[in-house]
Write a protein that binds this ligand. Structure first.
Ligand code: PLP
Length: 395
């Protein structure tokens, strides 16, 4: 018989995917132009042209056995070295290739980070609102995910709530900046304060508390601002990254974990990750993918459309009377629902062929996540449809 735990999970499928599937079905009925799907965060811009060129060059110049052979279990040294150099140059770090472990996207990176620094029964803390997949990612390791209530003013950290939630069972704290779903980017002041609290608690509890920093949106930042680099503030940091969004390569499954060289056990962390891979059936990204991405690890796709879309949606939401924090990055925005039950709002919006995600599964009910991975012209028409919906339904 099929394992009961996974059987039960069939009943808890992702709300985001269910709404996106409804939008897809609706597109088949009435056509793409009339459906305004703000549900799923699926990069809408093409991959960086430098990546395509790198792939072409590789296929033309490298031996097939080099392109398609097994990668070492800790990844190709050239990929690891290129990532270390890039992070050192951009964020003033001092990684060597021995601190970099290539993974299957951010998902694979997080799977290794949790297992390396927590054990079954430990507690991992994260902050609402959070990416709903964190729940199965953490609970699947046998550790427990606890959620710190949000700072709804700016979606930074409510430090009083955080200190109340900390306890000796906590061995890891999980952050995501800039954030899915709020779009908020943690400031240097927030990261500094977070580091101070964690340092003090490590001493008080007499054990390490690792910061697991999930950063797949790091390069999608607005107003010319750069995301302060969390590992710069706190030694015990494992940085989990993905090229899914920055290079628009979500189907290629490539990312990494970067281990802060000053973290406890930093020198053995990558070999430990390789042992974890053996137990969970994870393999490094394909050799050809590592060889291509190592050439473009500093590049991004043209991400400017996300900022254009954010501005037009943010302005419209403010104009329509939504309570909304202006995102600092990502391709999400997180307004408060116009009625207390965001599920009702989302259901009514669907009657206007507008698809938004109610926030319950993000750890704080009453809000809506809107993703704007859309052509700007389509986003503009979506905003007009939103105006019509709000005027007709909420007056
Ligand atoms: N973390 C966050 C916050 C995400 O939004 C996503 C994907 O949307 C992931 C992790 C997983 O990223 P990947 O597809 O690179 O595994």
């Amino acid at each position: 018989m099929v394992n009961q735990k996974y059987k039960e999970m069939l009943g808890e499928k992702s709300v985001i995917r269910q709404i996106a599937e409804t939008a897809t079905a609706r597109r088949a009925q009435i056509g793409t132009d009339e459906v305004f799907d703000f549900s799923i965060g699926n990069p809408s811009v093409p991959c960086a042209p430098e990546f395509t060129q790198a792939m072409i060059d590789l296929y033309e110049t490298r031996e097939p056995h080099e392109l398609h052979g097994y990668s070492p279990s800790v990844g190709l040294p050239s990929f690891r070295g290129a990532v270390a150099d890039s992070l050192n140059r951009r964020f003033g770090m001092d990684y060597t290739l021995n601190h970099i472990f290539p993974t299957s996207g951010a998902t694979g990176a997080l799977a290794h980070a949790f297992r390396a620094v927590t054990k079954p029964g430990d507690e991992v803390l994260t902050f609402a609102p959070f990416f709903p997949e964190y729940m199965p990612y953490v609970e699947g390791t046998g550790a427990h995910l606890s959620v710190v209530p949000p700072d709804t003013k700016a979606f930074q950290i409510d430090f009083e709530a955080f200190e109340r939630a900390l306890n000796p069972n906590v061995t890891a704290v999980l952050i995501n900046t800039p954030n899915n779903p709020s779009g908020a980017s943690y400031s240097a002041a927030t990261l500094e304060h977070l580091a101070q609290v964690l340092l003090a608690k490590q001493v008080e509890y007499g054990h390490d508390i690792f910061l697991i920093s999930d950063e797949p949106y790091r390069e999608i930042m607005f107003d010319g601002v750069t995301q302060p680099y969390p590992a710069k503030f706190y030694d015990n940091t494992l940085t989990c990254y993905s090229f899914s969004k920055s290079l628009s390569l979500p189907g290629e499954r490539i990312g990494y974990v970067a281990v802060n060289p000053r973290a406890t056990d930093a020198d053995i962390m990558v070999p430990v990750f390789a042992q974890i891979s053996r137990t969970i059936g994870h393999n490094c990204p394909s050799s050809s993918m590592q060889l291509a991405v190592e050439q473009v690890s500093d590049k991004t796709s043209d991400l400017s459309i996300y900022e254009t879309n954010m501005n037009l949606i943010y302005d419209a939401l403010v104009d329509l009377g939504f309570d909304v924090v202006r995102p600092g990055g990502t391709f999400y925005i997180f307004p408060k629902s116009l009625e207390p039950d965001a599920n009702e709002f989302a259901r009514k919006a669907m009657e206007y062929d507008l698809f938004v995600v109610p926030s319950d599964s993000f750890g704080m009910p009453g809000y809506l996540r809107m993703s704007y991975c859309l052509e700007t012209e389509h986003a503009k028409r979506g905003v007009e449809r939103l105006r019509k919906f709000v005027h007709e339904v909420y007056g």
